[in-house]
Design a protein around this ligand. Sequence first.
Ligand code: LLP
Length: 439
Amino acid sequence: MTHTLVYPIATSHNAAGHLEIDGCDVVELVSQLGTPLVMYHEGSIRDQCRRYMQAFSEHTDDFEIIYASKAFSSVAVNELVLEEGLSVDVSSGGEYHIAKAAGFPAKRIFFHGNNKTPDELRYALTGGVGFVVVDSFQELDLLEELVAVRGEQQRILLRITPGIEAHTHSYIQTGQVDSKFGFGLGDGVAVEAIRRALAMRHLMLVGLHAHIGSQIFQLEAFRRAIEILVRLIGEANARFDFNCRYLNIGGGLGIRYVDEDMPSSIGEYAAVKVEGVRNEMSALHLPMPRVLIEPGRSIVGKAGVTAYTVGTIKEIPGVRTYMSVDGGMSDNIRPMLYDAQYQGMLANKADQPADTTVTVVGKHCESTDVLIKDARIAKPEPGDVFVMPATGAYCYAMASNYNGSPRPAVVLINGGRARVIIERESYGDLVAKHRSMRD
Ligand code: LLP
């Protein structure tokens, strides 16, 4: 069996037996730009945005697709999703800054976070941020005060924790009762938050938000979250005449990393979310709100491929063969943190059978620095180019300088051209902010 990548779209191999992404020979690209190299395929990102827009428009006219920029927060990708008509969510002052640098109108930015600092909030308010998703009573009071000082009004949503355990890794579940995020339903906390928010003079409570987790395959969890949210809306409507104009049901749609993964389609996801809201709201004779969703992983995950150079190959007879690459946990911490599974291939041997089993490890001084256990690839040699697909979400975004590793370069591929969208860090960058004791 020869290995080709399932995605990004427009992936093939050429006459030289090299992997090509949308007309770019990956081996050539790497020889020019070095490794590790993170490659995004522009067409794949745009395609996902369009699928979301199309799928939701089949169910409602009143919706908003909001890119969860934490998955990969870069100026260029923010520019792309803006062009595709998406809004953006940010989880920090830094992500807000990047979205603004990409030209996002502040009105289309949603600001999340369980511990937004006063400085971050002030920064976003000064720019005219569209929506703040308020996470706690403390933040409600703080924001009221900050907005009052400015003599303005601010639209807010409240983050609700619906108490759902989504079927995903426990580290990326966020909607369960025992969570640092949002207002829980127990002891009437969420109802009280709505009551207090409605009473704030400078805050306009326009809706609710819930995000139950990430990399979710079973849509049933979303259906249950919607049921619970709408029950809460019904109660707040009856008690305080609360009108929920925006209902944000988060992101979370899973993607395929390995052959066995069977994620739901964007079409199925849109149907569950929009029809779920419609059914539940109409059962309570409440008007249909604007449906907001916040996909991150499913926008950029499949568009990203990371290329490494193969270095040391250590064969332990009867045990296993370790194949080291020139990156690892500093550019992709997901296998170590979440037990995330990936597949890979040798980009310079794309036409050769994947008949060798190796354990792909990084170059860091940790035994846990394993990218893929028992990968099936063509027979490797030092200098080969190893690529891992589906590394577009939460990889560069979570990259570090561990072991003094400069962060990789990132390119955007489109129609045979690759444009650098984030430059490779240099050794100089590693010490640029350091101050010597001799200074
Ligand atoms: N909205 C909120 C409020 C979120 O917290 C998240 C993700 C999203 C939207 C986007 O979810 P997505 O569509 O990407 O599933 N680092 C982990 C994932 C953490 C997700 C954090 N929140 C990983 O690498 O799997």
